[in-house]
Ligand binder design. Sequence first.
Ligand SMILES: [Cu+2]
Length: 152
Amino acid sequence: MAINSAVPNVEKKVLLASLMFAAAMLGLIAYAAIRLGISVPTCITNVKPFEEGELIRVAPGRYEAHVVAKTWSFKPNRIKVERGSVVDFYVTSKDIVHGFMIDRTNVNLMAIPGAVNYAQARFDKAGKHQILCHEFCKSGHDNMMGWIEVTP
Ligand SMILES: [Cu+2]
């Protein structure tokens, strides 16, 4: 009986401590933003070449693919390289978290707003590789894809 009557007081203390902790965190966030000038990092997609996504040919057989994911597409979504090419993939997202996977390669990245992820792949056989989003990103996820065409 004595234990039961003590429980509400303990809950009140835990609730009060939680509210004080939350208030302290909000205060620290406000202090960092207002007094120290620290803000949330800007999205990397504000920086060229991540504004629209781009395939850059740096040398014969060497490419840099700057891929921007957004609901529900990749830019560029058609990448054409010649057989034997090595492609450096730099992947980011313009809005929410997406996936970036190229079939029959080891490329399997997350496309994250504010971050650039990297992978390299070599394409030794002519043909097509499908690019897929492997992170469920709402209703249009099923249609989020692209292609890499490797020419002979
Ligand atoms: Cu998706």
